[in-house]
Design a protein around this ligand. Structure first.
Ligand SMILES: Cc1ncc(COP(=O)(O)O)c(C=O)c1O
Length: 365
């Protein structure tokens, strides 16, 4: 059997008629940027998260970058980021000229909140927790530390659509919640897209301006902005998928439940679940010290896996100038050496799930 990490076409096939109708509606409207589809999606996504405002953008990267910009974070400022994250979180800091300060992960792959305070300095302006792989970070502790030091909180929810901590949805704890709708994401568009949610009217308005060349009114550029708009076709398609997001999330959880109940192999460490933190399984990530061998074995048996992520940001070539050598963040480095994502996607068939479980269980290095 051949199984890819994700087969995105299956989601489309399940509701092809609805997606095609939405795309055609947008095409036939004759209005392609900042129109009624985006306005409706922003309203519907805000309602889904419970936030007062949602602002559609070109990508999750822009959501993070423009959130920090709207908070006025710039050169000379420090922002606390997880050492174990996708590099986009860190790029948002450096794109604004600020300095990322890395904090080691916990056993759940998220920011270890017991280490945050040691990273706070007089220059710290914000904390950026990431709900990595879809499991909510320990937000009550993050918020408590942020309040004590008067820091802003920008949540990276690129992988956590709909995940709650203690009954509150990720993206709703901090000043701003940043979402990616990259096609592989739990709420994935059919191209690049992203959004910010917030309850703060001033921040929402600032991001609306930043995404449109810094203008509220055409050709009246009040601040220096960028072009980062979620287009009408993607907005129309996202409106279709958003309606089904609770069902899509339940399906991912069901696949994960089968993996968790079915995989028994003492060489493989399964994801751990934190009390109070929901997991929406953007990725199902296992760990083993024999990662290279295990990955090759799965490939031989037709199972594609991906490493999220092989190089922690502090060791990325582009951040050489930050001066963090190997050994600076040993836990993040260990995870980078050991993690492996198993196939997880909407529309995964039960024979495929069973095959992955049986193949993993038969692994004997
Ligand atoms: C944790 C994290 N943050 C940010 C991003 C950036 O999102 P996008 O690809 O939409 O720019 C991604 C996804 O790629 C991500 O996984």
């Amino acid at each position: 059997m051949k199984i890819d990490l994700a087969v995105l076409g299956r989601q489309y096939e399940c509701r092809a008629a609805a997606y095609e109708e939405a795309a055609l509606r947008a095409l036939r409207s004759g209005w392609y940027i900042l129109g009624p589809e985006l306005a409706a999606f922003e309203e519907e996504f805000a309602a889904y998260t419970g936030a007062r405002y949602a602002v559609g953008l070109n990508s999750g990267q822009d959501a993070l970058t423009l959130s920090l910009r709207a908070l006025g974070i710039s050169a000379g400022d420090e922002v606390i980021v997880p050492a174990n994250t996708y590099i986009a979180t860190v790029l948002a800091v450096t794109e604004n000229g600020a300095t990322p300060v890395f904090v080691e992960p916990d056993a759940y792959y998220n920011l270890d909140t017991s280490r945050i305070e040691a990273a706070v300095t007089a220059r710290t302006r914000a904390i950026m927790p990431v709900h990595l792989y879809g499991q909510a970070a320990q937000m009550p502790a993050v918020m408590e530390i942020a309040a004590r030091h008067a820091l802003a909180v920008v949540e990276d929810c690129a992988q956590s659509h709909g995940a709650h901590f203690g009954g509150m949805m990720t993206g709703r704890f901090g000043n701003l919640g940043c979402f990616s709708f990259y096609p592989t994401k739990n709420l994935g568009a059919f191209g690049d897209a992203g959004a910010v949610v917030t309850d703060d009217a001033v921040l929402a308005e600032k991001i609306r301006m930043l995404r449109n060349y810094g203008s509220r009114e055409k050709y009246h550029n009040e601040i220096c902005g960028v072009n980062s708009r979620l287009d009408e076709i993607q907005a129309a398609l996202l409106r279709v998928k958003l309606k089904h997001l609770p069902a899509l999330t339940a399906e991912r959880r069901e696949i994960a439940a089968q993996y968790l109940a079915g995989i028994h192999n003492e060489c493989i460490i399964l994801p751990q679940l934190r009390d109070g933190a929901e997991h929406v399984y953007h990725q199902f990530v296992v760990r083993t010290a024999m990662r290279g061998h295990f990955k090759a074995y799965l490939k031989e048996h037709g199972i594609e896996t991906v490493i999220h992520y092989p190089i922690p940001p502090h060791l990325a070539a582009c951040y050489g100038s930050l001066g963090h050598g190997r050994g600076s963040f040993p836990l993040a480095e260990q995870y980078a050496d050991e993690v492996l994502s198993l196939p997880m996607f909407n529309g995964m068939r039960s024979d495929e799930i069973t095959y992955v479980i049986e193949t993993v269980n038969a692994y004997c290095p």
